[in-house]
Design a binder for this molecule. Sequence first.
Ligand code: GDG
Length: 749
Amino acid sequence: MDGSNGSTTQHWLTLARHTPLGILCDLDGTLVPFASTPEEARPDADLIALVNMLAKQPGVTMSVVSGRPKSWLEAFFPSPSVFLVAEHGAARRGMGAWENVGELDPTPLDALAITIEQLALRHPGALLERKQTTVALHYRNVPRGRRGELLIEAYGIIDTFVARNPSFERLEGVLVTEIRPASVKKSSAVPWIRDLAGASPRLIAIGDDVTDEHMFRVASATDESIVVRTAERRRTAARWELDDSNEVRSVLRWIHGVRAGQTPLPVVLPREVRQPAPSSVAASHDLLVVSNRLPDLRHVEGDDGERKRSVGGLVSALEPALRSRGGMWLGWSGKTVSSSEPITTGIAEQDESSGVQLAWVDYTESWYRNYYAGFCNGTLWPLFHSFPTRVEMSDAGWSAYREVHEAFADLAAPHTSSRATIWAHDYHLLLFAHVMRQRGHKGPMGHFLHIPFPALDMFAMLPWAAQLMDALLDFDLLGFHTPQHVANFLSCASALLPAKVSDDVVKHRGRETHVTAMPIGIVPDAFQESPEPAVVEEIEGMMRTLGDARLVLGVDRLDYTKGIPERLQAFGRMLEMFPEWRGRVSLVQISVPSRADVPLYAEQRAMIESIVGRLNGEFGEATWVPVRYLYRSYGKQQLAQLYRSAAVGYVTPLRDGMNLVAKEYVAAQDPEDPGVLLLSQFAGAAVEMQDAVLTNPYHIDGMARDLDRALRMQRDERKARHTKLLATVQRSNAVTWAESFLDALAACR
Ligand code: GDG
């Protein structure tokens, strides 16, 4: 015995003796242990004998319910007394004959299989498995550090396919991702076996992965379900659990013995499931990501109650790392509560498909005012972007900044093992390593700053500059977008602290902090896919309103750092200097609402609107509107289509940490006839994107001339520049960035 108590044994004895008894048992991971390739994982003679024995036992309906193809299952279980369910329920063999379940047209999978096969060829260890109604990509043999790149490419392809073919879905198994008909589920096997088994049957469903959960969910109160915990612990609909395929075989052998009248002592019996409580799951996580805003895991309940999702920017970059390491993401919920209420925090269940678990803090109104709008966006944001006259400072801001860090750490510490890797993001969380070290955190901690790090004369304006610098050195790794930001940081450290500073390490208080430039990338595929017809129609409609005019496009959050007024003025200046462009070019400026309740941002908006009005009044004609200003946001696909339609990507921030719009514009171009990127020399992106037309946004006349040059550029030069820019954008993408950061952080210790 393994310590199962008497009532459990009695419970299972009663069940084992029940007639009729139906058994639905998954194969891979349940009866057969995982192997490196699907071919190597095959039922052995012992298992086949066990299944056949049960199938022949009076009163037992024995079925193998698998994701494998029909022919494969049949090769191992030829005996018609074993009932087979293939490809997750798409086909089944009862009484010796196969039948298809539901009307399925697998033709769309043909093209997908070819694309995924090509993808797999480029990623050593990846393997495509083509079945009649599904396509599976196995990545067990892809080295851990390379899985991220593969997955992000694969998800790009698969999610586009699924968006176009909604009768299919992507489903995550254990180190395999599978595209299969959404209507087909293993759950359909449960009523089928119930009918076949005879009057008042009891059923036992056994499986290990999420596809088996479909069976567990439809089991009735008199049935039993057993989850095999070979994969990561997740919440399960099963009532019982076992550790591995050896235990499953032991239980089945015992059931056979009991029914044969031998009443053998059980070697092992299923144990009642211990659901992972959110906190205990979090405690076992070995990666914690902290950022002000949480990723957008927008869950849409599907018809069958399953969760579908769509994700954006940073989460796409981090998802593979979070998935493979079992990660938690902590941030602000986006909610503000009255300052008199107690602080609310929360932890969500682990997201099944991304493997991410979210934890959040609500801000009090006073934190929102003094921390978020105050110290973060009123002090650090303008200061770090070198806009000293816009900086506001208050003691209340600094004290709220520290308080919010304490609140984040209070939530993080009990849910993170003291050796976990922690990755904090941006200017909102500069003190995070410090507050975590105070709580005894020993593991590696890194920080990435998404905005510039300013020169000493700016940074030293901060009354708390030395304290902030000292706290930053509790991190093991500090990442910045550009070598200039690194140099600024190092000169601040050496000026403000008695620290020993070298090219890439700061030694202080007996600790070492590594400092590195690691420019963030995008997910280029997301801007290269052909859009849905409705999107094409929408953007074509917009282009028609421009008539014959060529499109110059600006896309930004509405922020004074983005240089939108200067950009508009330079456009107007170009129309004065080169009147031949009048009627032949229009500027579309998309400004995404941002921090709209902060007065400076409202002022900026009013200023932009007045310049637009002036330009259109001065230059506009009945058939031509020089500037279209859109104060709204668009979907990713719309953006990609707009980028593609634009002759010039007009990206001219006065100062920017990186600027992703520049990279997205390049990714979206038609390589045969690309547009020109006109990029501010003060965007971090300019360091890597020297083949753009670089411009100085403070010099309106110069920017007007650069715009004219961009519009006149011949196709050969455009193509030559674009080829080099695209290579850069593709080489260091969002996923390689995240993996490189985590690798560098691990190497610090
Ligand atoms: C900070 C740093 C750094 C824009 N309009 C829409 C939309 N967007 C997306 C773009 C792009 C993102 O917003 C903007 O990213 P940026 O990099 O341009 O700027 P910040 O928001 O200021 O980001 C910056 C970045 O962090 C990363 O480290 O590059 O320097 O300031 O991805 O596509 N997205 C959608 N609809 C829109 O209308 N869906």
